[in-house]
Design a protein around this ligand. Sequence first.
Ligand SMILES: Cc1ncc(COP(=O)(O)O)c(C=O)c1O
Length: 433
Amino acid sequence: MAVRGRPGMAAWRQAATRAGAARAVAARAIGGGVAVARRGRGAAMRAAAGGGEEWGPGTRVLHPARGGKVEDPYASVSPPLYQTATFDQPTATTFGEFDYTRSGNPTRRMLEEQMAALDGAARGFAFVSGMAAITAVARLVGSGEGIVTGNDIYGGTSRLLAQVLGRAGVEVQNVDMTDLAAVEGACGAGNVKLVIVESPTNPRMEISDIRRICAIAHRAGAVVCVDNSIMALFQNPLDLGADINMVSATKFVGGHSDVTAGILTVRDAELGDRLYFHQNSEGTGLGPFDCWLCLRGLKTMALRMERQAENAQAIAEHLSTHPLVTKVNFPGLPGHPGHALHSEQARSGGSIISFETGDLAVSKRVVEKTALHKVTVSFGSVGSSISLPCYMSHASIPAEVRAARGLPDDLVRISVGIEDVKDLIADLDTALG
Ligand SMILES: Cc1ncc(COP(=O)(O)O)c(C=O)c1O
């Protein structure tokens, strides 16, 4: 096949074409059709990478699925950034592997494949935000059909489900996900197509039985998506039976508060095709530079998360003994009602803690008086942060709904960073007064 373009590009193209041949695009209609490539290469990639299946997470985040090799004739160690919107095509009637970044980009694909490999998934998808990722999942549900989710969930998800999907005729049921009978009852409605679970929940850190919820949902014919943003590397919902693992990569993947992104991974190729259709059709794929930031963040993700979790355990234990703290929600504490279940599902308590003081004025003072903890709505960054969820991340949930769901105004949420733990404890102690 004649290759158009500058002569120097021919070798590059051939190399890229050779590398791409293994995953040749299955079908691509000229004129804006949908790429229906089915990759499903996770296992093969890990095998090629030298048995990545057995590697621990600290190794796997550093050594991408293809053993560090990317489709780059120069074999750069840092992933190449394809900061381009379009790709020159071989001829007017044949497509190369990439044509337009909304539909696909090599840097995005590196991130998506690495995230899929980490979860043992067939495919991964990177979105412009966690909310864009959840929205793509919600597109699986049509008017007249139903979604079951928790009554303690991230405020943005609650707003999307209640105010966007609700208006589009989707029926949303919020139930206590720690109560399996309630989940079973809700799934019995007959029209439920999707169950969205957070475990731990944001912000009360409640634990639900992901395996059993998956079994209930599957019996009802529903797909299960676990919002795993709080646990990330510490828990793999796909191993627990979920169909879709979602993380806000704004949190632990990026890890430095400098990127917003969302990731979905799936084992089922057909489900992957459906999600890809929405990512491409709605233009919600993550831009190349943000993918590059996530790829860089991934390298230290395991290390950061371990240190953050270690700090959080010490802080949670300390807060539990503080006279001004009336309740600490942290699944790493043996006294947490979901501790045993969480320990079966995840390998760490993580680094998000919430606590009550029983007095909004005290909680507000703590948040505002800390010096090392930034007052921010997000979590999962290297730097510690603190917030009042009812006034920040969950403010979009109407006050009466928050009250009905038992979300107390005085709840403080901390995201523990990688600072020296003694300094963080001293900072909280000073703020608590
Ligand atoms: C549990 C959870 N899920 C989803 C999201 C949404 O992610 P993003 O902010 O990247 O859109 C957030 C954001 O805080 C979150 O806390």
